[in-house]
Design a protein around this ligand. Structure first.
Ligand code: MP5
Length: 207
């Protein structure tokens, strides 16, 4: 099993994770009131949780995955600063209450601690690959949202996703049958949570 096969084997789940009216709204400039702000504050919280998940994953990473996981971790610290700067020009503050979907994602990431390493690296790759494809579907983006579209569609980000994919393929090639099953479950878990995250922003906007 390779990373690409996970996407090929689950086209509906993957499509739901990477195509959404929220993203169409980013492209067209048609967004329900409050939806983008909801996404922004909840994604900031998500990135904090991801930083914690990824640092724990780095501690378990085999040699072949260290550079990609560690490089991404440093980029996350910069990304938090980027969110803080962008949020300054928008109404909401970043200390909004956590949404249940954001909590569910954090629970999922903590649950990966109990799983083998292949599930963890697959989860990380799937999260990043989902964002690459999702924001590509919103390109070039309405001027109001363009910095966000650019952030997740620049070649450097695609390169990071590709490096994670190389690590996933290397790890999966040595994984046991049980570890592969866990990894597939992790992939499907990410696909579901990504869809729920867009849905939360789009329909929960203005909460
Ligand atoms: C990412 C994200 C991508 N920011 N938010 C969600 C809900 N899923 C994936 O992570 P990163 O580190 O911002 O590229």
């Amino acid at each position: 099993m390779r990373a690409a096969a996970l996407i090929e084997d689950h086209p509906d789940e993957w499509r739901a994770a990477t195509r959404h009216p929220f993203l169409d709204g980013v492209r067209e400039g048609t967004m329900p009131e409050g939806a983008f702000e909801t996404w922004l504050v909840q994604d900031y919280l998500f990135v904090n949780d991801l930083l914690s998940f990824q640092s724990r994953l780095l501690a378990r990473s085999p040699r072949v995955a260290q550079a990609a996981v560690a490089g991404g971790l440093v980029a996350l610290v910069d990304e938090l600063g980027w969110f803080e700067e962008l949020a300054q020009s928008m109404e909401p503050t970043l200390d909004a209450p956590r949404h249940p979907t954001t909590d569910a994602y954090r629970e999922f990431m903590s649950g990966q601690e109990e799983m083998g390493y292949p599930a963890g690296i697959v989860a990380l790759w799937a999260m990043e690959r989902a964002y690459l494809e999702a924001w590509r579907s919103a390109a070039p983006g309405h001027p109001d949202y363009r910095p966000f579209v650019e952030h997740w569609t620049v070649p450097e980000f695609a390169g990071y996703v590709a490096a994670l994919e190389v690590a996933v393929d290397a790890v999966l090639s040595e994984a046991s049958g049980g570890e592969r099953e866990e990894a597939e479950d992790a992939f499907l878990g990410v696909a579901r949570l990504e869809r729920d995250f867009w849905e939360m922003a789009f329909s929960g906007g203005g909460r």
